[in-house]
Unconditional design. Structure first.
Length: 414
């Protein structure tokens, strides 16, 4: 009896929880909210922020001077012998301060500042790429929603044909086999709707994962695949990519940081001196002592670290040139894709969409008048569906090409 009560209680709680989840309004995902949520919640961006904070911590450490040292000594502590202990023992305290030569502290600060600049540019680049990725995922979900709408429209059209043929069959105008054919085609379109809905749900889950949101949440994708033709100057885009792209700024900052590290390693080739002062008590006498410790750089002049820093500088300069070449190549590729997609969209809008609509309308009217068979109706409906799906895919390609061009240029294109 107790077990039954516990099970019923658990089922009741589960039902309440499920009901509460079902009553929650779905998330409304439009482009602006998607980008804002990504910037706020994405884990890759958070990791990039932590790396930037770490670089700033190194900058704090670079400003600090070496710690002084304090040592205590006790010498000549007699164990045996004729000399009185009070005349023989020595105790003392020595304070040592390291003085850095060669401007090492300033060079450390400059190197750390350059490293912080590189980390900040890297964070901007991570955001630039992440925003482009989440925009593409949003477009994927938006295209999937359009596919659901096209499939649902096809299903509705054949639902009307089923009702029309049902009435004709009852009147004895058509044989039952004709009605069965239409019903079978409606089942096929019903399957297409379900497949499109699964595709929409999968695309939405990928988007929610990128936003670090619960993938079990209900979400609806808002927005439209709009077409706004752009007239852009390719020469201006090339120059903008070289000036505005964050990955090029990263490479420039890394070159500057490598130069600062090379200067620091050359500064470390100079020895630091450590002057000291102290107090010493010799027997019954109190004395002071002064001195300086000078390392002899006769075997290691920091040549190894200098050579490594020089190699790092050459590597950073090579990566900078690679980044510039890659930026220009991405601009050319994205621009070509945008122009091609624009031409296809205009072709669909000017010709194909209208022709597909007219062909379907004429064929359905002829079928309802008994002037044609079912097969031409099916072909006309499929052709219109394919044209519309391809049109939306072309709109998607145009928007994706625009995102790729913005990514290549390094800023939003107005």
């Amino acid at each position: 009896m107790m077990k039954r009560i516990i099970l019923l209680t658990c089922f009741a709680c589960l039902g309440i929880s499920t009901s509460a989840i079902a009553q929650q309004p779905p998330l409304r995902l439009n482009l602006q909210s998607v980008v804002e949520t990504f910037i706020q919640n994405n884990l890759d961006l958070q990791a990039a922020r932590y790396r930037m904070d770490r670089a700033r911590a190194d900058q704090v450490a670079a400003r600090l001077r070496p710690n002084p040292s304090l040592s205590f000594t006790a010498e000549n502590l007699a164990i045996s012998g004729p000399t009185p202990f009070s005349r023989l023992y020595e105790v003392g305290a020595i304070y040592t301060e390291t003085i850095e030569l060669g401007g090492k502290r300033e060079l450390r600060e400059r190197s750390a500042t350059a490293t912080v600049s590189a980390a900040e540019a890297q964070f901007e680049d991570t955001m630039r790429r992440g925003v482009a990725d989440v925009k593409r995922l949003y477009l994927d979900a938006l295209l999937a929603r359009y596919n659901v709408e096209v499939a649902a429209e096809n299903r509705a059209t054949f639902e009307q044909l089923v009702q029309f043929n049902q009435a004709r069959f009852q009147e004895g105008a058509i044989p039952e086999v004709e009605l069965i054919k239409v019903r079978l085609e409606r089942v096929k379109f019903e399957s297409s709707v379900k497949q499109a809905q699964v595709g929409l749900r999968q695309a939405t889950i990928r988007l929610l994962e990128k936003l670090a949101a619960s993938v079990s949440s209900l979400a609806e994708v808002d927005g439209e695949l709009n077409f706004r033709p752009l007239n852009v100057d390719i020469a201006a885009l090339r120059q903008s990519s070289l000036n505005d792209r964050s990955d090029i700024r990263v490479s420039l900052a890394e070159v500057n940081a490598a130069k600062e590290r090379l200067a620091l390693e050359r500064g470390r080739a100079r020895a630091d001196i450590s002057p000291f002062a102290g107090y010493k008590r010799v027997g019954v006498d109190n004395t002071l002592l002064f001195g300086v410790n000078v390392p002899l750089k006769v075997r290691d002049g920091n040549e190894g670290e200098i050579a490594r820093a020089e190699a790092d500088l050459k590597s950073a300069e090579a990566r900078l040139q690679i980044a510039r070449n890659h930026a220009l190549a991405e601009v050319e590729s994205a621009y070509a894709g945008l122009q091609a997609a624009r031409g296809l969209v205009e072709t669909f809008q000017d010709e194909l969409l209208r022709q597909a609509d007219e062909a379907r309308t004429i064929t359905i009217a002829a079928y309802e008048e008994g002037g044609t068979e079912l097969l031409p109706v099916l072909e006309a409906q499929r052709t219109r569906s394919e044209v519309r799906q391809q049109y939306f895919k072309t709109l998607f390609d145009y928007q994706a090409s625009l995102i790729a061009l913005e990514l290549a240029v390094g800023k939003e294109i107005q």
